[in-house]
Structures are given as C-alpha cells and as structure tokens.
Design a protein around this ligand. Structure first.
Ligand SMILES: CC(C)(COP(=O)(O)OP(=O)(O)OC[C@H]1O[C@@H](n2cnc3c(N)ncnc32)[C@H](O)[C@@H]1OP(=O)(O)O)[C@@H](O)C(=O)NCCC(=O)NCCS
Length: 305
C-alpha cells in the first residue's frame, strides 16, 4: 500500500514538471481529516483561506481549497519556484494570476482552473494562454429539456443548435449542449472575461461527435463573429460524466501546438498526493478553529422531498 502511494506521488510530481499540464482531482471523494484540512489551510494565502472559510457547504470549501492547492503546486513545479514563494492575485474580473517575476522562457506562463460537482481541473501552459471548463453533462436539470433549451436559445448559434438537436437521444443532446457550453466558457476563461461576454459570438464547428473518457478530441474549430479563428485550439474529453474542455490561444504556430497537445490528457491526482506537493506558507500556523468551523458544516444542501 505504502509503495503504491509513493509511486503515485512520483507519477504526480513527474506530471507536474511538464511544459503542458492537465490535472484533475475528484473533490467530493475527499473526506478531509483534521490534519489534512489544517495543512491545506496553511498552504494557501491568507485571503484565500478566509474566502474558502466563508462557503456554507463543505463541498464548496473543498473544491475551492483544491483549486488553490492545484494552482500553487502546478506553478511551483512548472516555474521552478519554491512553493511558499508563489504569490497569487486576481484580476478585477476574478481570474487568478501569478505575481512573481517569471523566468525569461516562461513569460507567457498561464493557468486556469474549473470546478463543478465531482471534479476540480487545472490546465497550465508554459508558453500559451489557456482556459479550462468542466461540467457534468449528464445529470438531470429541474426543467424539461425543451424548456431548458428555449431558455438557453441565445447562447448558441443556429448552426450549433442544429448540431445539438440532431443528436439521436435526449441524453446525447444534453451532452452536446454542455459540450458547447464548456467550449464557450473555456474561451471566455482564457480571455479572463467574466459575465457579460456574448456566447452567441462564438460559433463552434464540431467534427468528432463522440466524446469519450481517455481520448482527446482536437479537431473542433471556432468562428468568432463569423470568421474562422485559427489562433485557437481545443482539447476536449470526458472525465466520467463530466465534459472537460481546454482552450489554448497561440498566436505563433498553431500546428506545432496541436502536435504537442496530442499527448495531453488529464492526470488524475488524489488530495493526499496533491498535499505532498504543498508546503505551509511562511507565517502560517495550524488553525484548529478553522477545522472546527469546517467540520461543523453540512457537506451539501439537504434535498427537500
Ligand atoms: C467567471 C466565470 C468565467 C467562472 O466560470 P464558472 O463556470 O462559473 O466556474 P468554473 O468552476 O469554471 O471556474 C471558476 C474558477 O475560474 C477562475 N476564474 C474566476 N474568474 C475568472 C475569469 N474572469 N476568467 C477566468 N477564470 C476565472 C477562478 O479560479 C475560479 O475558481 P476560484 O474562484 O475557486 O479560484 C463565469 O462565471 C463567467 O462569468 N462566465 C461568463 C459567461 C457568460 O457570460 N455566460 C452567459 C451568462 S448566463
């Protein structure tokens, strides 16, 4: 058992040193012990610790905490900066950014995270702008599908709706809808724009209809305001029932980026593995109150029957 864990940790660390990085953590499977939660809290900046502490439900605390640990661990390894020395801030629109002076060949380092339901995912790139989105594409929504689609009408183009509604079953139509949604979010997140961007300006052309786990689809293209934009490339896959999309913007050599990307797939990491890559920040100390507040919270809202 011990050696199995240590081999997974070295796998995780090897993966963390690559030029392009894709990590996924199953957040809801993590039931933090007191020592894990207190250690995690010492490994994130104080303002983020405070933000995480304000969530009402444990599930949201865990996703947000894992997101921060992923960003710090990935940045420390990719940039070869000591974990406690990583300094993060957020743009006006909430996108996390690195404040450290970057090594000369890492000037375009970029990263992004996404969390929804079971998964927290991170994409990081040494030389290119990146954005990521993950979404459960199977779970039932409260509304009927036609009502849901009519509410979402303006966010997809007519062509995209044709792609969605030509899928043979309701389940596949829903999956195709969320795939488009993730594609759009991944672009918006690469650009660092928040609420307000008109999703309808982005028109995705999907070539490979079938999206499966352990397989990366890379042939989707985007037209922006009616024009094919070859600066963008996409990596799409399924993580169990979740659609995961990475958008990459590369203005120099798109063909080369597609070649590199063909090796990228999400490396699944557990929280204990991730924690072995994290180091308490200077000035932090174990905070028992923080654990007590967390452990008193409900995991998630109680469903009224
Ligand atoms: C900000 C936004 C991009 C976040 O996306 P989301 O799907 O809600 O959430 P995700 O889990 O994918 O991403 C959240 C993470 O993205 C990062 N993030 C926050 N703001 C961001 C921004 N402006 N750009 C990129 N990344 C951002 C953060 O790391 C955040 O996690 P954290 O707060 O725990 O650190 C999204 O809420 C948004 O504004 N989208 C605009 C799309 C739109 O206008 N849609 C039509 C309206 S219905």
């Amino acid at each position: 058992m011990e050696s199995e864990l240590s081999s997974k940790v070295s796998q995780c660390k090897r993966s963390l040193s690559r030029k392009s990085l894709r990590l996924a953590v199953k957040s809801q499977a993590w039931q933090p012990t007191q020592s894990e939660w207190m250690l995690a809290a010492q490994c994130v900046q104080s303002e983020e610790k405070a933000r995480i502490g304000k969530f009402v439900f444990q599930k949201d605390c865990k996703s947000a905490m894992i997101g921060r640990l992923l960003i710090r661990a990935a940045s420390a390894h990719m940039l070869n900066i000591a974990y406690p020395d990583i300094k993060l801030t957020r743009t006006e629109r909430g996108k996390p950014q690195i404040l450290n002076t970057l090594p000369a060949d890492y000037q375009h380092y970029s990263f992004n995270i996404s969390h929804q339901e079971d998964f927290v995912v991170l994409a990081a790139e040494k030389e290119r702008e990146v954005g990521v989105d993950v979404m459960n594409s199977i779970s039932q929504r409260g509304d009927s599908m036609p009502k849901f689609f009519s509410l979402m009408k303006r966010h997809l183009t007519d062509r995209e709706w044709t792609t969605v509604t030509s899928q043979p079953t309701e389940r596949e139509q829903m999956k195709m809808f969320y795939r488009h949604w993730c594609l759009k979010e991944s672009v918006v997140k690469t650009l660092g724009i928040g609420i307000g961007y008109e999703f309808g300006k982005l028109d995705f052309r999907i070539q490979t209809t079938d999206l499966q786990p352990n397989h990366i689809v890379q042939d989707t293209t985007v037209h922006i305001e009616g024009k094919l934009d070859t600066d963008w490339s996409f990596e799409e896959t399924m993580l169990e029932d979740h659609c995961a999309v990475v958008a990459i913007r590369n203005q120099q050599n798109n063909n080369q980026s597609k070649e590199t990307n063909s090796r990228n797939s999400f490396h699944l990491c557990s929280v204990p593995e991730l924690l072995t890559c994290c180091v308490p920040l200077a000035g932090s100390s174990p905070d028992l109150e923080y654990w007590k507040t967390f452990s008193a919270k409900l995991e998630k809202p109680v469903r009224m029957s």
